[in-house]
Design a protein around this ligand. Structure first.
Ligand SMILES: [Zn+2]
Length: 140
């Protein structure tokens, strides 16, 4: 009997787009919407960060990833900024079917820049983001 005939027959395939997903490693700074970043920068009187030519795309190496995240970090200045980008991250993940995300966020690097290790955090919004802000996703 040929090997191919011993394989199970798939009779139905569920739509992969509709399956629940987990995002196991993502850096919050890498998820910020450009429109949001530009609004946040303007609110702080900072020059508008340049949008990537040709729209969002995968980073071309670790240097590009680091440079991008550095640009984003420079714009995030208040707890409200962090709250907004975290909730928008949850919204974007929920739209993709993500039910759970492990988000990397180096609060110390922001806190050092902003003068306090706790500067990016506000207890009033941490729980809200952990629960996904009502999006159906949650973050850990
Ligand atoms: Zn990483």
């Amino acid at each position: 009997m040929p090997a191919a005939s011993r394989l199970p027959t798939i009779t139905s395939v569920r739509d992969l787009e509709l399956l629940p997903k987990a995002h196991l490693h993502v850096h919050l700074e890498s998820t910020v919407r450009w429109a949001t970043l530009r609004e946040i920068a303007a609110a702080h009187g900072l020059p508008a960060p340049p949008a990537p030519a040709g729209g969002p795309r995968p980073f071309e190496g670790f240097r590009a990833f680091g440079d991008h995240n550095s640009l984003v970090r420079d714009c995030l200045r208040s707890p409200a900024d962090f709250h907004r980008v975290a909730l928008e991250f949850c919204e974007d993940e929920a739209a993709q079917g993500t039910r759970y995300a492990e988000v990397t966020f180096t609060a110390a690097s922001h806190g050092e820049r902003l003068g306090s290790p706790q500067a990016p955090w506000r207890p009033s919004w941490r729980g809200s983001v952990r629960e996904g802000g009502g999006t159906g996703s949650s973050a850990g």
